[in-house]
Ligand binder design. Sequence first.
Ligand code: PLP
Length: 255
Amino acid sequence: MRPVVLCFSGLDPSGGAGLQADIETIASLGSHAAVVCTALTVQDSNRVYSFIPVDSTLLKAQARAVLADLPVTAIKIGMLGSVANVQVLGRLLANYPDLPVVLDPVLAANSGGILAGEQMMEALLNLLPRATLLTPNTVEARRLSRVDDLNEAVHILRARGSRHILLKGGHEPGEQICNRLYNEHGVVRESHWPRLPGEYHGSGCTLAAAIACLLAQGQSLRQAVELAEDYVATVLSRADRPRDSGQFLPVRIKP
Ligand code: PLP
């Protein structure tokens, strides 16, 4: 069977982010996505209006059924919806210490809509020791670490247990976007991307899902990040949008 990536994400009915981003990304990169729904969101391509988390016992049951049945080789974690869901997932992952985990600490949508409240911060920090790779943008890195300086933020997040960190620079000013991959020795890879005009919905989900998928296929972490960043650049370059003023939705599967 194709490598299986187990994804924990919310449902975004606009189809730009969350579960649909995971499924489309992983399918188009040649693997199979098994998806555990963590929350139902109400949103369009522009705004998050509200969400309700899935009950944590249901999350546990969904995950256990899949893990008992499918040959899962990597895990991708996105929006989790509630502290109870983070805690259940933490306990579950303790039983699978060898599976690579890509943790996208989703705190807000690109539009700014809040997807994780204050009480989620500590819960997410407790999950970091299980993260092979944490993929915060700079806003998330600052909020999670509670410091403004990004080097210090990375240091704090690494000290909380995340083995590698991919710090995404899209929210910083400038014509170029800089992403930095860190391990325990510091920056091991830096990539620069021209800033595309407009706002994009689901770019972070797409990147984390692509990295998890490539890890599931046996790529090294560096190679997975490199190939996944190229994939994201491609799907964003052909993104379309429902309204002139709206956010772009990545085109992950070529028509
Ligand atoms: N997960 C869900 C369910 C979402 O609805 C969103 C944003 O709307 C995200 C994750 C984060 O999206 P992005 O990849 O744009 O950061």
